[in-house]
Design a protein around this ligand. Structure first.
Ligand code: KIV
Ligand code: ZN
Length: 515
């Protein structure tokens, strides 16, 4: 086999496939902020969305294409004129645009979903890649469900689309069915059978239904693939996609095995993972590799003893390498505007004077009730005050009575659009009463799917961070709220979920990649 270069291109699809995770919908401001973070992380290609899916998707992709100038910006399109035109319209102003065209290729999809013959699909794929090529010479083609496609037919499609101009051919394991050995053999087969394969980069896109997405991606690299499609925290359709942080850190930590490199600034991994959690409200499991809360925690006495003697005994990655540092005591009641602003800069956040004003107001309130303010507290404030989208509903005031002799009662004043409304709710406990009050004021009654409270830092004066997930027809939204008082945090989370739901209602996707 011809020797491949040692550079692996990281194609991040958190904003497209990742957003297909239940409850992970993001609004255009959030997507733009996350795209900027991906740029800082050093990803090569950002798949910004599926522009035909909704007005919201189109606008997000357009904004990212205009404002994020470093990486390539990809837009997804089914293999038809309308999708390709719309996708191009969204990315035309990008510094480095890429059209990503896909069409199913497995007999199962052809028979039951597309109701087309192999010949028809081959012709359509070729015709549509040739059409996309009129807009740009940066074309990626994905034969969807490639791993359940007849290998020779797959090679035939790849050869045909490369012939008409595809510069990247992506091999999706759409349903997460492949095993590492089999997937490695498929990639090697493609290299040996597709005559013009050297004219394209071979990419892989693995789903995690069997928990093998990262393993499959790594085996593909060993067999010549040079682009990996992945998402932060491994979010994505069903069980998710290959986790970017796991692929990158496996390549980095086991250079001796893989002998390749990426352009990722690994010390930004943790910050990126946290930003995604803050935006979507979807937490990573504590034992998740690389970014889970326990990924670098050593509980056993024997391990702790070894670590004290020599870190290498039980630590294969230095936490600093992925941007995890000891929780820092940063500021307190007497810290002024300059100190807060300088510290935020060190954390990577540059705020406008107006944004800093908002942060300072909340900072002073928090410092009055909490002696020590940690980085995590500052980030929670930042998220609440600066990053949050313009809201329909706002909490003005909350007073809760509860205890073992009182009927839990919440008196709430809220702003709904421009009007202030005061009302009360009753329940079996203070949170129940608060949610009942909010429902009354907002005249809403969406089913509650999940409610959870966590502490942002240690200690009883820690900021409480609440998560509320609500259902709307087939969709769910996740809201977050942080406050030293967990009932207030819960109210903020509920109201945040309602605001996100308002946005979602106006942006329900017209089509999905399964249509
Ligand atoms: O999983 C899949 O097949 C996809 C394609 C659109 C690449 O997401
Ligand atoms: Zn996918």
């Amino acid at each position: 086999m011809k020797k491949k270069g040692d550079r692996i291109y990281i194609f991040d699809t958190t904003l497209r496939d990742g957003e297909q995770s239940p409850g992970a919908s993001m609004n255009p401001d959030e997507k733009l902020r996350f795209a900027r973070q991906l740029e800082a992380l050093g990803v090569d290609i950002i798949e910004a969305g599926f522009p035909i899916a909704s007005e919201g998707d189109f606008e997000s992709v357009r904004q990212i294409a205009k404002q994020v100038r470093g990486p390539q910006i990809a837009a997804l399109a089914r293999a038809n004129y309308e999708d390709i035109d719309r996708a191009w319209e969204a990315i035309a102003k990008a510094a480095h645009p890429r059209l990503h065209v896909f069409l199913s290729s497995s007999d199962i999809h052809l028979k039951y979903q597309l109701r087309k013959t192999r010949e028809e699909v081959l012709e359509e794929a070729t015709k549509m890649v040739a059409y996309a090529r009129r807009y740009t010479d940066n074309i990626e083609f994905s034969p969807m469900d490639a791993t359940r496609t007849d290998w020779d037919y797959l090679c035939q499609i790849l050869e045909a689309v490369i012939e008409v101009g595809a510069t990247t051919v992506n091999i999706p394991d759409t349903v997460g069915y492949a095993t590492p050995d089999e997937f490695g053999r498929l990639i090697a087969y493609i290299f040996s059978r597709v005559k013009n394969i050297s004219k394209a980069i071979v990419s892989v896109h693995c789903h995690n239904d069997l928990g093998l997405a990262v393993a499959n991606s790594l085996t593909a690299i060993q067999n010549g693939a040079r682009q990996v499609e992945c998402t932060i925290n491994g979010i994505g359709e069903r069980a998710g996609n290959a986790a970017l942080e796991e692929v990158v850190m496996a390549l980095e930590t086991r250079k001796d095995i893989y002998g390749v490199r990426t352009g990722i600034h690994t010390e930004k991994i943790f910050q990126t993972s946290k930003l995604l959690t803050q935006i979507t409200g979807i937490h990573v499991q504590p034992n998740k590799a690389i970014v889970g809360a326990n990924a670098f925690a050593h509980e056993s006495g024997i391990h702790q003893d070894g670590l004290l003697k020599e870190k290498m005994t039980y630590e294969i990655i230095k936490p600093e390498k992925v941007g995890i540092s000891e929780t820092q005591l940063v500021l307190g009641k007497h810290s002024g505007r300059h100190a807060v602003s300088e510290h935020l800069k060190k954390m990577g956040y540059r705020l406008t004077p107006e944004e800093l004003n908002k942060v300072m107001t909340r900072f002073k309130e928090l410092a009055d009730v909490k002696k020590e303010i940690f980085d995590e507290d500052l980030e929670a404030i930042l998220f609440e005050e600066v990053f949050r989208a313009k809201d329909k509903y706002k909490l003005v005031y909350l007073n809760v009575v509860s205890g073992n002799v009182a009927v839990p009662t919440a008196i709430i004043r809220m702003q709904v659009d421009q009007e202030e409304i005061l009302d009360a709710g009753f329940g079996v406990g203070p949170v129940d009463a608060t949610f009942a009050g909010i429902r009354k004021i907002t005249k809403t009654d969406y089913p509650l799917v999940r409610y959870a409270v966590d502490a942002v830092t240690k200690g009883t004066d820690a900021l409480g961070e609440a998560t509320v997930q609500l259902r709307y027809n087939d969709h769910t939204v996740v809201g977050r709220g942080a406050h030293p008082d967990v009932i207030v945090a819960s109210a903020l989370a509920y109201i945040n979920a309602l605001n996100r739901l308002e946005w979602l209602k106006g942006n329900i996707k017209k089509v999905s990649i399964r249509d």
